[in-house]
Design a protein around this ligand. Sequence first.
Ligand SMILES: [Zn+2]
Length: 239
Amino acid sequence: MRRSDLKRLEKLEAAVHKGPKNCPDCRYRAASAPEEAPGPPPRDAVKVNCEICGAERLVSLDDVPPGEREIYRLALLPLEESYKDPRVHAARLWKTLRLLDRGIKAFCSGPDDGSPIDPESAALTKPQEEFVRAHKAKNSRLAARYGSDPFPEQTQLLMSMVDPDARRAAYSPSTEPAPATWDETLLLARAGFEKIVCGEARPETISQLADFRRRRIEEETQYEEAVREAIEKGRRRRG
Ligand SMILES: [Zn+2]
């Protein structure tokens, strides 16, 4: 969509009470988005409708690695789809973990396109509150219709990140060693969601996991060697 078309669309939407003037979602996005410098339109973008008022906006995928774009496209489908389709549900959770992995502060409550919410910014408090309230209401309506936990196995996978019991249930130690660090836990959960979305974990994730495990084995070997050396030294000193 060209910029002039977007402007025309915005005017049309304002005329039918969509957009920042009447919608808490659009208002919050307008308040939190950095002033956009005029530049070329995105090369790869998804047309997304506001969950609350239906206003159209473009979400650029230019910064998303090409191998991850299909998952992003699924994650950007309407919220209602995530109550009906396990792949869409998993893609949304995957995207949240990805953002968390990239060190973005927003975890649970960021807008759908992943823009971070900064809870410390006082100027955003009211629009942010209204945004969160509107989305809570929408989620409650959908939960009443489809159930509040439509895909319990995905909840279990998410819980495995924080609860050791759930972790033991999600990963059987005989086939897969339990994750040792938070980063590894995060990566394993991401691999689990990739299996739901793509049928298998992505090669990048598998190789990252292999790196973690290799490093862990190296560290364990170094530790064992250090212990052996210390014992040996002690023995020599006594002898
Ligand atoms: Zn809106």
